[in-house]
Design a protein around this ligand. Sequence first.
Ligand SMILES: Cc1cc2nc3c(=O)[nH]c(=O)nc-3n(C[C@H](O)[C@H](O)[C@H](O)COP(=O)(O)O)c2cc1C
Length: 171
Amino acid sequence: MNTYMKENILIVYYSYSGKTRRIAEEIQRQTGGRISQIYPRQPYPADFESLLKQVREENRSGKLPALLPITESAVGYDIVFAGSPNWCGTIAPPLAAWLDKSDMTGKVILPFFSHCGGEDKGMEQAVRCRCPGTDMKNSLYVLENSGERLLHIVQGWLEQNFPPERKISNG
Ligand SMILES: Cc1cc2nc3c(=O)[nH]c(=O)nc-3n(C[C@H](O)[C@H](O)[C@H](O)COP(=O)(O)O)c2cc1C
């Protein structure tokens, strides 16, 4: 069994409808790290068509949303889990905005994504290009409504990807 040096771990995520939050909470439960949600200053529209239009425009223009200054900073953490829903094949703009203002140099990055069956058309790459000089591990992709299996999905991914030297083995 392994335990984690939880003081070094930050789990940061954006979630529009709660699915990515569930994954973040499961990672938090298993690692004991600090969890922190990202909030755009102006919440996204509730209406899907308006939401889609805004997201496409943000992706096209590269103009990312302003964020509420309440999300934990990455400063002082060695290991950062970064989560987002799959939005149009890439990460949601609020995660991109948070990564853009964070210096991740020297950290271990573990990306995790929620999706409804669509492919990664640039999610991992969108995180990678914003995290130069980091040790980025394999991404976790979780199909929404994965239910009870989430515990094992997260456990297996952590076993494969969490840096072994950062685990405290207790037999
Ligand atoms: C604007 C928008 C675009 C989406 N685009 C995709 C997509 O391209 N591929 C996919 O698999 N899921 C897509 N989804 C579905 C979400 O990724 C999925 O429902 C996810 O679990 C939601 O996570 P959340 O509850 O944390 O926001 C999209 C959802 C929204 C609202």
